[in-house]
Design a protein around this ligand. Structure first.
Ligand SMILES: Nc1ncnc2c1ncn2[C@@H]1O[C@H](COP(=O)(O)OP(=O)(O)OP(=O)(O)O)[C@@H](O)[C@H]1O
Ligand SMILES: Nc1ccn([C@@H]2O[C@H](COP(=O)(O)O)[C@@H](O)[C@H]2O)c(=O)n1
Length: 677
């Protein structure tokens, strides 16, 4: 997941390949709660690991469930031993539910029925998301729920219920604000339906029926039969009791599939490859958002499907504008809003009032951000109408505000395929952690830029601070990092270990040797050579001297040329070395030449070596630095020198932060985005 303040997507040209989707959030959180309420242990496979499931798992453990392991571990199922319909004595506490509607609403209903003393809290946006209709319905039963802040909104205080007045009348709940209220009652009321039937009556038109369909299907897996009378009355039979189904698999998220379905519809592949394969969800899905496929087809996508896979390719182009009632696919419909940017006319998405009470006011948010890109947008209480930019020149490079809403971030990634060749900036990309933490990694794995991904080159002499600055700049931008000097250090070490003398006569043998090695770069500057950890061995001064020796051999430089260029991947690269800007990435959009006085560099290197537990002495260091500088500057092959278009920075008197800030400022000056207001 990207933890950067923003993520710049270069202009993208083509897309193809396969994406394995993470588990569905809606199914994960329902299954977790149902397993928690059941008798027995449920083994849950493929649970989504995201912000929303994390808060749910934490809360379930707080109310007395045993969860093993305590959090989702990739590739391992979760074992959940339920409370069998009863809270432990004196169950109490504060449950923090972040911005997870799928946790706040069903847990409120279940705990209000079970009794116990809980405060249900969350992030500020959660306190703007209505829950009054659910609370009203629960109060009809005798549940005790108080508002701790604003009437009708979390945070809430749940106390002991009094069911003495419970009669045979149906429980009434509004169905036209959020289907999560009905889902919550459907999951909580089997706990009460031990001796009598309980009927829920929906007031108003029930929205998002497919989500209720998921709830009913999953209730059936946990032993609860619900009679559905025309989506207006739901009856839970007397004698209901949650039973673990044993093993249960969470299918991949159909809403998350929408971005890749759209990608397939928007793009052609490079090198004869065609289309996008989406793995983990297909035509047998129980999720309503799978019907996004029909909407995408209406806009022109060509879709083939199997039980748990989809293949999408571009059909009609430009896409066809549509006018569609999207009530059945409220979440995935946002993706249609992004696809509308590429349509042949005005697209209208109707019956989407629920967008206004989601993670953010999604109608307003989509309208704002689409306008930034150059679209003409009209919004109403329950609809949005989008006309794409009239021509290429009407597109604008936009910095997309994401409103802590994962779907806004994912939708607007598609704008990077604009016909104007513009990049797109996604602010706060980590908001995708709600449902698809590795969304951008998956997106980059199947997309290709129209130009090579952007590279920032930082060249300069030994110990000028290149590596330090490059690493921080890369981290701030979410870019890959190339420490090119380490490749020469590895080469020198590999040759020495193989007993090859570092002479010109052995240059080709050394080049062949390094080409045959498996070099692995791990986080925290860890480096493996054929599986051996050589991280410290390559950092000695001797290793530096050996590196500068082998770096004079053209054969070695040639052997490492493509290795270095292969580091240039989406979303971008920061490379440090001696010839990044002159030889390896001559077209890089930013080249920095970093220097510092010999005395200053020697002092810094001294401290650096000592802090790593390596021995050092100043006089030797100064001599070594000077020798290395001379060799790097005077060699024939790619000598150390500033590229013609490099910007110079003397780092002798600046702090690390100042140098980083300078590079980032230069980088920002090259971006077409308007400054963030
Ligand atoms: N203003 C500064 N900028 C960069 N590095 C600094 C600064 N002040 C102190 N240092 C320290 O200087 C040391 C040397 O920096 P670094 O290893 O990044 O240099 P380098 O140019 O990459 O060297 P080499 O080319 O030999 O790998 C580090 O320990 C770093 O923390
Ligand atoms: N692009 C580069 C990078 C490094 N070298 C040579 O490798 C030596 C070690 O590099 P460090 O940055 O890790 O100190 C260095 O002295 C150079 O001789 C190079 O030639 N080209």
């Amino acid at each position: 997941m990207y933890h950067t303040a923003f993520l710049d997507l270069p202009h993208l040209a083509t897309a193809s390949g396969s994406v394995q989707l993470p588990g569905s959030k809606s199914i994960s959180n329902r299954v977790l709660l149902l397993a928690a309420l059941s008798q027995g242990t449920t083994v849950v496979h493929d649970v989504l690991d995201s912000d929303d499931t994390r808060v749910m798992l934490q809360a379930l453990q707080q109310i007395g469930c045993v969860v093993e392991p305590a959090a989702v571990v990739a590739g391992q199922p979760l074992r959940i031993t339920g409370i069998d319909g009863f809270l432990p004595n004196n169950a109490r506490g504060q449950l923090f539910l972040g911005n997870a509607g799928t946790a706040m609403r069903p847990l409120t209903a279940a705990l209000a029925v079970l009794g116990g003393n809980f405060e249900m809290t969350g992030v500020p946006r959660m306190y703007e998301r209505p829950i009054g209709d659910l609370v009203d319905a629960l109060r009809q039963l005798g549940c005790k729920i108080d508002y701790l802040k604003d009437e009708g909104f979390p945070p809430l205080k749940i106390g002991q219920p009094d069911f003495s007045q419970l009669g045979s009348e149906s429980i009434k709940v509004r169905g036209d604000v959020s289907s999560q209220f009905l889902t919550s009652l459907l999951m909580a009321l089997p706990l009460l339906a031990t001796e009598q039937d309980i009927t829920i009556e929906v007031i108003g038109e029930l929205i998002s029926k497919p989500y209720i369909h998921i709830t009913l299907q999953l209730l059936a897996r946990f032993g609860i039969a619900v009679k559905n009378d025309n989506w207006q009355r739901f009856t839970i039979a007397a004698g209901s009791r949650y039973q673990s189904p044993g093993d249960i698999h969470v299918e991949a998220d159909a809403s998350s599939a929408s971005y890749f379905i759209a990608l397939g519809a928007l793009t052609t592949g490079a090198n004869g490859q065609n289309g996008i394969n989406v793995l983990g969800v297909g035509k047998d899905s129980i999720q309503g958002d799978i019907r996004f496929v029909e909407a995408a087809q209406a806009m022109g996508a060509v879709v083939q499907s199997g039980p748990n896979w989809l293949h999408i390719s571009r059909g009609t182009w430009p896409l066809k504008a549509i006018d569609m009632d999207c009530n059945h696919i409220p979440d995935a419909a946002m993706t249609l809003g992004a696809m509308a940017l590429f349509a042949d006319g005005t697209t209208t998405l109707r019956n989407i009032a629920s967008w206004r009470v989601k993670e953010t006011d999604r109608i307003a948010a989509m309208a704002n951000e689409l306008r930034k890109l150059g679209a003409t947008v009209q919004e109403g209480a329950d609809y949005i109408r989008i006309t794409p930019p009239a021509s290429r020149s009407d597109w604008t490079a936009a910095s997309i505000h994401t409103y802590d809403d994962h779907r806004i971030a994912m939708c607007f990634s598609l704008a990077a395929f604009n016909p104007a060749g513009l990049p797109v900036r996604i602010q706060d990309p980590q908001c995708v952690g709600k449902t698809f933490p590795d969304y951008f990694e998956a997106f980059f794995s199947v997309t290709q830029p129209s130009e090579p991904a952007p590279v920032i080159c930082i060249d300069g002499p030994t110990a000028s601070g290149k590596g330090t600055i490059a690493a921080i700049v890369a981290e701030r931008l979410g870019y890959h990092l190339l420490d090119s000097g380490s490749l020469y250090r590895i080469t020198g070490l590999a040759a020495s270990r193989a007993g090859i003398e570092l002479t010109e006569a052995n240059a080709q043998a050394i080049a062949d040797l390094v080409s045959s090695k498996v070099i692995t770069f791990l986080p925290d500057q860890q480096v493996l050579l054929d599986g051996d950890d050589i991280s410290l061995d390559i950092r000695t001064e001797q290793a530096g001297m050996n590196a500068s020796q082998v770096a004079t051999f053209p054969a070695v430089r040639q052997a490492l040329l493509q290795v270095q260029r292969n580091f240039c991947r989406l979303p971008g690269l920061v490379g440090d070395g001696r010839d990044m800007g002159t030889t390896i990435f001559p077209d890089a959009p930013l080249k920095v030449y970093l220097t510092a006085s010999v005395q200053c560099r020697a002092e810094r290197r001294y401290k650096q070596l000592i802090s790593k537990g390596l021995s050092a002495n100043m006089a030797d260091l100064i001599a070594d630095l000077e020798a290395r500088d001379a060799r790097d500057i005077n060699r024939a092959a790619s000598p150390l020198k500033p590229a013609q278009d490099a910007l110079h920075w003397d780092n002798s008197d600046s702090t690390i932060d100042e140098a980083v800030q300078q590079v980032l400022t230069w980088w920002e000056q090259r971006q077409p985005f308007a400054p963030v207001a």
